[in-house]
Design a protein around this ligand. Structure first.
Ligand SMILES: O=C(O)Cc1cc(O)ccc1O
Ligand SMILES: [Fe+2]
Length: 441
């Protein structure tokens, strides 16, 4: 059954077309004539559709920060029964109060496989986070491990946008604004409040999610880098309109102020026939990232690898940055080339999509993750330090891995399940044991 569903999802995902460009005002209609011309809310919308605005920013925010889309749908979103609160499985939300913030360096193995059929939503497992969902500030780190498609089930998150980072298995994201395919090496973003369903392209799907309660992710400024580079705007892909005209019960799960609420609609809310605007999901292939780095000496700070940033109220101080360590050349002369030893006021959660990471010889595995909280000392492990200190400094291509970081201005507090997890590695500190003293005054 699921095999057939996955096969169908794969076929659908193969044929997808997209609109390109980051933050663009896209417009799209699945049926010719469905999109009104010249106005948003005609007295009667075309084809008997309902017009509805979905706002991701306050009406009055500056134009550059203003996010909204107009949706033309079979039924207005308002036509739904009351929501009732449900117990979340392993989803938790900010404020995180189950644990005391922990300064220790922590590392986890991948999330274990679920027992029994588990869809994306049921497979979501929160590691921790910061801020407060009701204040629209902070972020949460979730992982997921799913083996079943969401069936007659739709999710939306009023608390924040969701940056999905697949590590194993492809996803077909059926959103209100259309369909996206996201496979390992790509990331997908679902804006706040946009409803979506996750289908699987493979038997299982595993990955990471950054739930960003704060300002929507945007491209970082480039400063002296110039007008091009890092993640180029044209490489972001938004869906084109695609609707389902489905009657009958569909469960809609709404994450609101940290709780999950559910209502059974008598139709699918993925019934948007046309839309225009800039509050839209997107996918981005991390291998398109244009890596800028040192071509003389020294290891630059990883801010140079920022794909997306969610600014906070202090310029330069991100609520959360999404950073990728993509394939690149290392050519620094008289330089210790891997990440340096450091203590950072920012908090770093790292994950690995594929292969290995140049600061860790072993133990940091695809699907796993590490947390280096505010000011926690970390850097290359002993083996990496010894190797890189003695390496011959010929040009070296780093192309055996794809790692990423969610870097946040606030310390990250764990959930109880992350603190007590069987897949938490014991003895992570040992990777920095045995670093010899070499001091020769
Ligand atoms: O800790 C890490 O591996 C992330 C990181 C990478 C780097 O190149 C420099 C600093 C830094 O925090
Ligand atoms: Fe670091």
């Amino acid at each position: 059954m699921t095999g057939t569903a996955n096969e169908q999802a794969r076929k659908t995902a193969e044929g997808l077309v997209y609109a390109t460009g980051f933050g663009n005002e896209h417009s799209s209609e699945a049926v010719p004539g469905a999109l009104p011309l010249g106005r948003n809310a005609p007295q009667r919308a075309p084809l008997g559709l309902y017009a509805e605005q979905l706002s991701g920013s306050a009406f009055t925010e500056p134009r550059a920060a203003n996010h909204r889309s107009w949706l033309y749908r079979i039924r207005p979103s308002a036509a739904h029964p009351p929501f009732v609160r449900v117990e979340p499985r392993a989803v938790r939300s900010a404020p995180f109060t189950e644990c005391v913030p922990d300064p220790n360096r922590l590392r986890w193995n991948p999330l274990p496989a679920p027992e029994g059929p588990t869809d994306f939503l049921d497979g979501l497992w929160t590691l921790g986070g910061n801020g407060d969902a009701t204040q629209r500030s902070g972020m949460a780190v979730h992982l997921y491990h799913a083996n079943a498609p969401m069936e007659r089930r739709v999710f939306s998150d009023a608390d924040g946008e969701l940056l999905i980072v697949p590590e194993r298995g492809g996803l077909l994201l059926r959103t209100e604004l259309g369909l996206l395919r996201a496979v390992p090496g790509e990331v997908a973003l679902i804006p706040r409040g946009v409803r979506f369903r996750v289908e699987l392209l493979d038997a299982t799907a595993r990955g990471y999610v950054c739930e960003n309660y704060g300002q929507p992710f945007r491209l970082p400024d480039l400063g002296p880098i110039g007008a091009n580079g890092l993640a180029n705007a044209r490489d972001f892909r938004a869906p084109v309109a695609a609707y389902e005209d489905v009657e009958g019960p569909v469960e809609v799960v709404n994450k609101f102020c940290g709780s999950l609420w559910t209502a059974t609609y008598d139709h699918s809310p993925l019934d948007v026939v046309a839309w225009h605007g800039n509050h839209a999901p997107y996918v981005y292939d991390l291998r398109r990232f244009n890596v800028i780095g040192s071509i003389s000496y020294d290891h630059p700070d990883p801010s140079i690898f920022t794909v997306l940033t969610s600014p906070s109220d202090t310029p330069g101080l991100a609520g959360v940055d999404f950073v990728v360590f993509a394939p690149r050349w290392l050519v620094g002369e008289d330089t210790f080339r891997p990440p340096y030893f450091h203590r950072n006021v920012m908090t770093e959660y790292m994950g690995l999509i594929e292969g290995a990471y140049d600061a860790k010889a072993e133990g940091f595995v695809p699907g796993g993750g590490s947390l280096h909280n505010m000011m926690s000392a970390h850097g290359p492990d002993r083996e990496t330090f010894d190797r890189a200190s003695a390496a011959e400094l010929v040009p070296q291509k780093i192309d055996d891995g794809l790692a990423f970081m969610f870097e946040t201005r606030w310390p990250l507090t764990l959930t109880a399940q992350a603190r007590d997890a069987g897949h938490l590695q014991r003895g992570y500190d040992d990777v920095w044991q045995g670093l010899q003293r070499h001091f020769r005054p």
